[in-house]
Design a protein around this ligand. Structure first.
Ligand code: SF4
Length: 223
């Protein structure tokens, strides 16, 4: 693959639904391909439906939405080498750029201006052992300002997942330097149950719901 084009699953305009930027109108670039095989993956269609697009065309299509933020997501966006110049060029144009990554690859080569939303996959995902430990190290060793561009996202489906997440957060004190968002797998765990656990444990994380799934409960893509 040449370095100026990417395999795209979809480019669309929606409401950012699952991060500290939730609620903002957002231009999404969903890159095709992942292969991590997580249970509960809600973008399996991105594994196969790809079309090639060059970076200038991607930039033109995303900027046409005139959204305050642009998010690069997947699939797993970091699998495609051309994602790095894409993010860099968007930042150079003054755009606020989010990267949402499954967390099994290092974000070490991502432009420091990009806000990185990194999954920490709990046991129920089936791929817990594939979380890249370097991402936690990078976040902990980033300076005070840069650590604010690291955001960890944990979506739990059970008490086992929650206990795993709590232990990890306490071990690294991740919430002291980075944003940590915690949510539930839609229809697997009641939000009120997770809220009770967080409050009882005085766990300093931000709880979130998958906003787009409440706005468009029947949509399977493009949200
Ligand atoms: S990393 Fe994300 S896109 Fe890849 S399988 Fe897991 S949930 Fe799906």
């Amino acid at each position: 693959m040449i370095l100026k084009e990417l395999s795209i699953s979809e480019i669309f305009h929606s409401i950012q639904g699952e991060s500290s930027f939730a609620g903002w109108p957002c231009a999404f670039v969903r890159l095709a391909g992942c292969g991590n095989g997580c249970n509960f993956c809600d973008t399996t269609y991105a594994e196969t439906d790809g079309f090639m697009l060059e970076i200038p065309d991607i930039i033109m299509q995303t900027q046409a939405f005139r959204a305050p933020i642009i998010e690069i997501t997947g699939g797993e966006p970091l699998l495609q080498p051309a994602v790095y110049p894409l993010m860099q060029q968007l930042c150079n144009l003054g755009e606020t750029v989010l990267l949402e990554t499954g967390g099994f690859l290092s974000v070490d080569k991502v432009d420091s201006r990009v806000h990185k939303i990194i999954d920490l996959k709990p046991p129920s995902s089936g791929v817990c052992e594939r979380n890249c430990p370097e991402n936690i190290t990078l976040a902990l060793h980033a300076g005070k300002k840069l650590s604010q561009t690291f955001e960890f996202k944990i979506v739990v489906a059970s008490r086992e997942d929650y206990d795993w997440a709590k232990a990890l957060l306490l071990q690294h004190q991740l919430y002291c330097s980075c944003i940590v968002m915690m949510g539930v797998i839609h229809e697997k765990l009641e939000p009120s149950t997770l809220a009770e656990w967080i409050l009882r444990d005085r766990l300093p994380v931000r709880m979130q719901l998958q906003l787009h799934k409440y706005i468009w409960p029947l949509a399977t893509r493009g949200t």
